[in-house]
Ligand binder design. Structure first.
Ligand code: HGY
Ligand code: MN
Ligand code: MN
Length: 435
């Protein structure tokens, strides 16, 4: 969009900010790109390049380094970042009336192993860019603004995601801080990133403690690219149920154990994996089911597998549908256990309820886009987000930008630089619309 058209659009009353600005606030696309490229260094494979993606798993040294980098950017933007007891990073920009609840916006910087450079990073760095743009326009909003970097959104660590936002929303599971993953206790993991598990209750936020929560995020699917739409307005975020499955058979000699005598845990796991796929595909709808993680023991070619640990994950916009499909799969697990003479334990490890975006916030995003002559499309999010936790506390909206070829959770994850800047511009003006 030409700058003159953009400024003309901004001149319209809907964009008259609370306090007079020297010039209309503008996203610096080059600065946003350089910050995304710089953040991608933390967790990059040794000897790799930007295109090789990132492994910046929560609580790792690269996660901590990435968080430190982002906190420095916040200071460079005149903010004073603080880490709450849950390990989330917050930074507040005063408004003209600081008695009002802030507009809260941000995302996460932790990644999946072998992930991409945009998932979470774009929403986090765009939030800082919004602050910079307001500073440069010398614009003070009526409401205070608060930006946030949520910790462990991905949930690869401890097999339960949206961790920091879930604690803020009051959904820390009983005993969760005592869990151990890779030899690390969760309470120590929080301390490692600057949290304080002894004061975890202080991390909770009350309903209404923010005016609305906004998150810019890559779509992680192919809908926007296919329709040639630059901005997605999220309708709702899927619910996720994740099950830890343990299958116990009997390890024995692969050569001397006759087939009828076997209790093969991997054969049982294979039947269960196919049962998940069959159950999910058996009815119409957009539900998905995945077995993305499976560990065989002892995992030796000439030993009949004695045990398998695997994770089943179900997602849909309907919580009752997820529950129903989960029950079906657990019934199939019982049948497979009997059939293979193994024991199969299925334990619910994570339950994230689906969340609908707030119509008024969706509308505000669309109004901004109309002013900016940007086409929009409403769509569901097949990915989980911290926004679904924030929807438990107040109005929520998400802004999506296209993912090239719909790829995400992969080094091939890519969003065009101009789409990153467009998304940040829409975030900027949606924040203003609420502030
Ligand atoms: O898994 C998800 O949906 C998100 O990317 N954490
Ligand atoms: Mn994400
Ligand atoms: Mn992700």
């Amino acid at each position: 969009m030409h700058r003159r058209h953009f400024l003309a659009a901004l001149a319209a009353p809907a964009f008259a900010p609370a306090a007079f600005a020297q010039a209309a606030p503008t996203i610096n696309a080059g600065r946003l790109r350089s910050h995304l490229e710089a953040l991608s260094v933390f967790g990059r494979p040794a000897g790799g390049a930007f295109a090789d993606g990132v492994s910046r798993v929560a609580y790792s040294d690269s996660d901590i380094a990435g968080r430190a980098y982002v906190m420095q950017l916040m200071r460079d933007a005149g903010l004073t970042p603080r880490i709450d007891p849950a390990g989330n990073i917050f930074a507040r920009r005063p408004g003209t009336d600081n008695s009002l609840p802030p507009v809260l916006f941000g995302s996460h910087t932790d990644s999946v192993p072998n992930g991409g450079n945009f998932d979470g990073d774009l929403g986090t760095l765009a939030a800082i860019e919004v602050i910079q743009a307001l500073n440069e326009a010398r614009l003070t909003t009526r409401r205070p603004l608060e930006i946030v970097v949520w910790q462990n959104e991905e949930g690869f660590a401890f097999n339960n995601g949206v961790c920091g936002s879930r604690i803020v929303a009051g959904h820390l599971d009983a005993g969760e801080l005592d869990l151990v993953w890779n030899g690390l206790k969760k309470s120590d993991a929080l301390r490692k990133i600057g949290g304080d598990p002894d004061r975890i209750a202080d991390a909770r936020r009350a309903p209404g403690s923010f005016a609305c929560y906004l998150e810019l995020h890559i779509e992680q699917g192919g809908t926007l690219e296919k329709s040639g739409t630059p901005i997605g307005v999220v309708e709702g975020i899927v619910g996720i149920d994740r099950f830890d499955v343990e299958i116990r058979g009997f390890a024995n000699h692969a050569g001397t154990t006759p087939m009828p005598d076997r209790r093969d845990a991997l054969v049982a796991a294979s039947h269960l994996t196919v049962a998940v796929d069959d159950t999910i595909r058996a009815e119409p709808g957009r539900q998905v089911g995945t077995v993305g993680q499976l560990n065989v023991s002892p995992n030796v070619p000439n030993i009949v597998p004695g045990s398998v640990k695997m994770v089943i994950e179900l997602r849909d916009l309907s919580a009752p549908k997820i529950a129903r499909l989960g029950a079906k799969i657990q019934a199939r697990a019982r049948e497979i256990a009997a059939q293979t003479r193994t024991e199969i334990d299925v334990r619910l490890a994570a339950h994230h309820p689906p969340a609908l975006a707030t119509p008024a916030v969706q509308q505000s995003i669309e109004t901004v886009c109309t002013k900016l002559a940007l086409k929009t499309q409403r769509l569901p999010s097949g990915a989980g987000h911290d926004a679904q936790m924030m929807s438990l506390l107040g109005p929520m909206g998400m802004i999506f930008v296209p993912s090239v070829a719909g790829i995400s959770h992969s080094p091939k994850e890519l969003t065009k630089w101009e789409d990153c800047a467009t998304g940040a511009t829409v975030l900027l003006h949606t924040v203003l619309a609420h502030a």
